[in-house]
Design a protein around this ligand. Structure first.
Ligand code: FES
Length: 258
């Protein structure tokens, strides 16, 4: 069920340069299912900025009814959101989207989780849920530079973790695809979230590995009504296009034209 709820801020802090971790509490958490789903946040009560912002879910705690999300403050909307204080309320619509399938790997199997920048957060709940059922995740997390790296220790606690930065200021230098060769042989499934160029490069690099890609499209309504997030599909599927918000944001590799 999709709800709209004014959820209360429990915690909110900057965890890397312009990267914020926000924890909210409310009934909407009951309806969160698969990791990789997202919420649509209305950042202020005034009409400006009008549009909601899609933000992926980083972790879910059903017992406390809290969930956490991590976002980058870059435009006007997310900069306003970054000023929300504990106790304040935030207008949330969600949970939205399908999320990552959890039944694609079994106990004892290794899987690859690959994230780029602000595509890293949804992989955290995914990794926790896979670990819960005995799957062994290997994380490859790519960032621009050391000052925007976050959750390195949190991912290390769940499994093998490789940090990659474009400028080489932390971990391996380059792109996530640069470290794939030595690791990918052991796995039969990969999950990825990040910029479209990264998803395309992964698809090319891992043609024989089962993959699930989460797309970061610009969104309008988030509910499948406005067509702002439409993507063309490949010949592998019968439909001509998909809507990232309601058909995705996660699609099997090879479905969306990159
Ligand atoms: Fe409106 Fe997807 S954002 S249809």
């Amino acid at each position: 069920m999709i709800r709209q709820e004014r959820m209360r801020v429990v915690k909110h802090k900057e965890i890397a340069h312009n990267i914020f971790e926000l924890t909210l509490i409310g009934q909407l958490v009951h309806d969160m299912k698969n990791p990789g789903q997202f919420v649509h946040i209305r950042v202020s009560d005034s009409y400006e900025p009008l549009l909601r912002r899609p933000i992926s879910i980083t972790s879910i705690d059903r017992e406390t009814l809290e969930f956490t999300m991590i976002y980058r403050a870059e435009g006007r909307g997310t900069t306003i959101l970054s000023q929300a204080k504990p106790g304040q309320e935030v207008d949330v619509l969600g949970p939205l989207g399908n999320g990552f399938p959890l039944d694609q790997a079994s106990d004892g199997e290794h899987v690859l989780l690959i994230g780029g920048g602000i595509g890293v957060p949804p992989l955290y709940e995914l990794s926790k849920r896979l670990v819960d059922v005995g799957v062994k995740p290997i994380h490859i997390l790519g960032f621009q530079s050391a000052d925007v790296v976050f959750y390195e220790n949190e991912f290390r606690e769940l499994g093998e973790t490789h940090i990659v930065t474009v400028d080489g200021s932390l971990g391996h230098q380059g792109f996530v695809t640069n470290v794939l060769d030595s690791i990918a042989e052991e796995v039969s499934t990969y999950y990825a979230c990040g910029p479209t160029a990264m998803l395309g490069a992964l698809q090319n690099a891992l043609p024989d590995t089962k993959g699930f890609l989460s797309y970061e499209e610009r969104m309008g309504c988030g509910l499948g009504a406005c067509f702002a997030c439409v993507c063309k599909t490949t010949e592998a599927v019968e439909v001509d296009y998909v809507k990232v918000c309601s058909d995705g944001p996660v699609f099997p590799a090879g479905v969306v034209q990159l």
